[in-house]
Ligand binder design. Sequence first.
Ligand code: XMP
Length: 514
Amino acid sequence: MKLDTILVLDFGGQYCHLIGKRVRELNVYSEVVRFDISPADIEELGKNFHIKGMILSGGPLSVYARNSPKFRKEILDLNIPIMGLCYGHQLIAHVSGGKIMPIKKKEYGTTYAFIDKPVDVLKNLNKKERVWMSHGDTVLSLPKEYEILAHTENCPIAAFKDRARPLYGIQWHPEVVHTEKGMEVFKNFVFRVCKCEPNWRMEDFIDNAVGEIKSEANDKKVIVALSGGIDSSVATVLASKSIGKNLTAVFVDHGFMRKGEVESIKNLFQEFDIHFVALNEHKKFLKKLKGIIDPESKRKSIGEEFIRTFEKVAKRVGAEYLLQGTIYPDRIESGYRKHSDRIKTHHNVGGLPTKMKFKKVIEPLRDLYKDEVRKIGKKLELPEKIVSRQPFPGPGLAVRIVGEVTPKKIEILQEADAIITEEIEKRRLDRNMWQYFGILTDTKTTGVKGDARAYGYTVAVRAVQSKEAMTASFANISYQILEKISTRITNELSDVTRVVYDITHKPPATIEWE
Ligand code: XMP
């Protein structure tokens, strides 16, 4: 069954992903897509989803700014309802020939909107509504085919509709909790205007995934690539529920895991009622990476070695299918869509070799974000240790060692990373962080240790806050804690002479260094 779907066009606003979530909270599926999605891309997505509406997100720029993102005008002719929020609202007005101006008194935070016509997306709203605004520009005039629905003290056109087409603009942010009737606006758009069926449910997800895996596996044997992280663990438990004894979970220890991690994963999964195989493949992976410096080549080599190892196990157990815990951001970053740029080749997506001895790769979590996978993990009663585990990339420390990977470098990074983890976790700072870890840079610098010259590695500390890893901000760790981390690393590791803190957001940087 094709799910009724609302696309959220991402203009870079802080709350873009929140819009998608709000729609899903109404049990309607939604996907965040690029702002410049073309009608052809929409048609392509339409093969899997029933696209019933589009929401244009907010964004940080003025519509007049050079390089400000614009949607493709042709999407207005698809007869799919569109609602623009904040920047999206201004953009519809701008593209249609309306006038946008910097507002005299900028509106940030709580404001009151006066609803002049409580119709369509504003149905059931009171005359005066508390809303949340964050804008420096405002729509001053609109062509006559538009009708004004609301205003605020400083903003003459706070909401509008096209008289003929299902096209709406709202200056405030209904997705933010401070907007009192925010969900009412989403309900109106999703159900009243787009006529969606509420046919998406987190609980249903489990049943659907279990059914889907069963039908895809078709009574044949399957191996699941289990790294011990939340995504692959949830995928494993779903697959086990679905096909039971036909499943073999394969944990490949490539030698790039963090300190103590291999033992803890083995101990945990040996307790599960799952056929579990753990393989030590250190030598093979190291050999494969010998001399490789380029990050993309590293990722592809690791992706290939993983597959070759899985093929070996598959042959032994007679499996025809490979199941992976790939999630949506893995696919976005690997540039799975035609017009999206390849940021990096996630080992389990773009890093897969073109030739594989598997009939198919099954990916039950392919459309979810990490926080949704966590929710499913909780529903499946996975141990808290797994559910709250910080994300760890499949290629492991190999993409946290800049340049060639050697046993010595792995050892240094494992130790440095363990110190960072310990210092963060003992202060419970991990609760507010998406990830915190060490990077071994390829820069060696001069130092002085015990009155003698030292020439050693530079370790970078990376700690970020994020909601779904598509964007991230570096974490505001106090100098005192950073000092403790730096002192411990340089004292305890003779090969390290310098520690630096990475103060770059994503974008422009990515979370991992490679
Ligand atoms: P970046 O570095 O792209 O990472 O900002 C976004 C999130 O994805 C994780 N990551 C990966 N996960 N295979 C994975 O399973 C990979 O190849 C990979 N690369 C990055 C990263 O840790 C972060 O949470």
